[in-house]
Design a binder for this molecule. Sequence first.
Ligand code: PLP
Length: 475
Amino acid sequence: MHQLTVADLNPAVLNVQYAVRGELAIKAEDLRNKLEAGHDLPFKRVINSNIGNPQQKGLDQPPITFTRQVAALMEYPPLIDLVKDKWPSDVIERAQELQKEIGSIGAYSHSKGVPLIRKHVAQFIEERDGYSSDPEDIFLTGGASAGVSLLLNVLITPHKTGILIPIPQYPLYTATLAQFNGIPLPYHLSEPQGWSTSLHEIEDAIAQGKKDGIAPRALVIINPGNPTGSLLDLETMESVVRLCEKHSLILLADEVYQSNLHSPDTHPFFSFKYVVRKLDSPVGLVSFHSISKGIKGECGRRGGYFECTNFREDVRALLYKMVSVGLCPPLSGQIGVDSMVRPPQPGSPSYALWKEETDTIHGALAQRTKIMTDRLNALPGVSCVQSPGALYLYPRLELPADAVAAARKLGKEPDALYAMELLDETGICVVPGSGFGQKEGEAHYRLTCLCPGVEEYVVALEEFHKKFLAKYSSA
Ligand SMILES: Cc1ncc(COP(=O)(O)O)c(C=O)c1O
């Protein structure tokens, strides 16, 4: 009998790459196991700065109490009798309201998600943007990734479909395009302008695609950005919408970091839904959101939603057909979405604690982001854009020629060599820039701003960097 080999598998799957959980993440796991087994390593703990997973062991962002209390009562309804005099009354009322609508969370729900929760999502969007939202345009998903995957799957046809993606990008996009045989049309973000989105770059990518016989179908914008932490201004967003009108592009707006803002007064977030409605634009828009980021950080619960705007009824029906094949998104994730879009309000019994918890998370993130940016910028051969949003920094490295040569000799990208040595010597796991895409000859890495004890590990980063430069600088 012929035993299945990799060569027998779908070749599209073999092309999928996902650096965030790649070689370095595997090695970090190995080092953690070694530390636990008592091995003597040059560091005491492994710091997972490679993935935006706030509640991960070692990062330990505490879950929001309100979210978890509602979730607990949904998991085990008899708990209500035990806690009804102890837990805030708004938690009990919320759980009872959801239980009445949903029944057991062990049952499948509507394939687009529980109708009442979709109604709440639509209300959240209306309050955020000041424009109407139809619950029928809302699809709850098992995280934003599931929504992105579905949309790319339905948009990509066998006729050389091009999807415009930012470089650097979150590798979900290149990975999913590889899976569905879509063709990435990369456009570069401008690092000297704070990783801004340039209309010229997008136009150039469209022109290049057309020259190569590739029909541009959709434009992906990640705002706030991953890995760059950048935030779009209104003027750029309006130009992006006009560009989509001009080229009949579907706009895929990945807005999962919309509540991770470090200085919201000076750098506010605007959704593309708001801009499309404000301009009264006919552009087809899909906006993605998630419970994985923001102050919730409930990545493992797998909850999110997408809203389609200006979609014809028959296209929406096709999306409904496709989500029906997967039956329904996880109920625990849907309940997480409900808590995200309906947090406790001033005056309600849970509000004070909710406010304290969320302020602490926002404050810590903003503080770590600032400390790390300042310290990175003070290092020789490092420059790092100040980030107004998301969870990441994306410093640029000027690496010595000897380091580049040493990396090439090993068949590695220079920033991958840097990241590997950083992990080996300090236990800090980051993702090399080559995993997100960058201009030829450049070197970057992405690190998250989620790890407590920043003072301690920033010192380790600094010492490592200086040693690395010394090691690879020819005398
Ligand atoms: C830009 C971006 N989009 C989508 C996702 C996926 O989020 P989810 O956990 O909701 O699938 C991530 C996760 O890091 C992300 O950074």
